[in-house]
Design a protein around this ligand. Structure first.
Ligand code: PLP
Length: 372
């Protein structure tokens, strides 16, 4: 199998699997005060330190959750509740992941005013944001990198705009796709009040996420109970998944990111030589996602044809696969017929140039056959 769908989920790294195998043997409840429990707590502390080093934040500013979607929901509903008395406005973009756009839609249905900033060409419209901020906001939620186009949004400019407006809005960032894949790793913590990350996009396991919450921001408890995770998210922690998350973060180093960038450049070059292929590449992007419109071939037809050749890619995101037209691609500015023929190729640590050659040739061959 050739796998080019790492934006949906990555293969777990060797280091994550080893950490999990080790954690399996440690079965004490991390909240227990005996030595079996303390061993479990030690693994969680270790993982939290690995994440905090990667983000440049304090370990106590990180809460483990069950996934990136949970982190997004907790940040959004928590910030809305926290800031309810100040403002009932929310500013976001037109191309967020459903785990951000759906909770915001739910708040809109409850009476919040929502402003969605355009992201044509994968570029956040900063002057539209500045205008929107004149009306104040409870919070702003803007993703770091888009899961369908790879566009990297200008988070430092968002911070500057909020500060300039003086409205005091909180800034939440869905950093699930961008975490560890952007040049300045400190950008998230330097600019955001809250940020969501997920283990399975960087070589960890599915079902584990984290939320960064800047010290001093008092979000309401997400799950009330025994008081784990700073009292914010009760429930016995997923020690195995968390331990693997920490190991995956440590393993996702410079050698991985430079390999991914090399594969990205190689693939883009190969794809750009083929007739009828249009690359939707934003000026600022992460190097893991390539959006490609294949003239005259519907994306699901291409997907199935490639799948029967043992190659996995996707049409848009896994989450929007069953939801009709992608708002991320329409926000990008693609017309409907191009959206319908757009596939997403996403790169992970294990992809090789040989796999790129096979993918490009198969895409070309199938497109020619289907256009006939
Ligand atoms: N945000 C973005 C940008 C994503 O791409 C995804 C997953 O595809 C999520 C959030 C949700 O993460 P999880 O699958 O861990 O819930």
């Amino acid at each position: 199998m050739i796998y080019f769908d790492s934006a949906a989920t990555t293969a777990p790294s060797k280091q994550a699997v080893i950490a999990a195998e080790n954690a399996f043997k440690i079965y004490g409840n991390p909240s227990s005060v005996h030595s079996a429990g303390l061993e479990g707590k030690k693994l969680i502390d270790q993982a939290r330190k690995s994440l905090s080093r990667a983000l440049s934040c304090k370990p106590e500013e990180l809460i483990f959750t069950s996934c990136g979607s949970e982190s997004n929901n907790q940040a959004i509903f928590g910030a809305a509740k926290l800031r309810l008395r100040r403002s009932k406005r929310i500013i976001t973009t037109d191309s967020e992941h459903p785990s951000v756009s759906e909770p915001i839609k739910a708040l809109e249905d409850e009476g919040f005013e929502v402003v969605r900033i355009p992201t044509v060409g994968g570029k956040l419209d900063v002057s539209a944001l500045e205008n929107a901020l004149e009306g104040g906001a409870a919070f702003v939620s803007i993703m770091l990198a888009n899961n369908e186009t790879g566009a990297k949004y200008d988070i430092p400019a968002v911070r500057r705009a909020i500060d300039k407006s003086g409205c005091g809005a909180l800034l939440h960032c869905d950093a699930v796709q961008g975490f560890l894949k952007i040049k300045d790793k400190r950008e998230i913590v330097k600019n955001c009040d809250m940020a969501s990350i997920s283990a399975h996009k960087i070589g960890g396991f599915k079902g584990v996420g984290a939320l960064y919450i800047k010290s001093g921001i008092k979000l309401p408890a997400f799950i009330k109970g025994g008081g784990q995770e700073n009292g914010l998210r009760s429930g016995t922690e997923n020690v195995i998944g968390i331990s693997a998350f920490g190991a995956a973060v440590e393993a996702f180093d410079e050698s991985v990111t430079s390999h991914i960038s090399e594969i990205y450049a190689y693939l883009v070059e190969g794809l750009s030589k083929k007739d009828g292929f249009k690359l939707n590449i934003p000026e600022n992007h992460i190097d893991t996602v390539i959006s490609l419109s294949v003239k005259g071939v519907r994306s699901e037809v291409m997907l199935n044809a490639l799948n029967s050749e043992g190659i996995c890619i996707s049409a848009g995101s896994a989450c929007s696969a069953r939801k009709g037209v992608s708002h991320a691609l329409s926000g990008f500015g693609l017309p409907k017929e191009e959206i319908e023929s757009t596939v997403r190729i996403s790169i992970g640590a294990n992809n090789t140039k040989e796999e790129c050659d096979i993918l490009v040739e198969k895409l070309d061959e199938i497109a020619k056959r289907l256009r006939r």
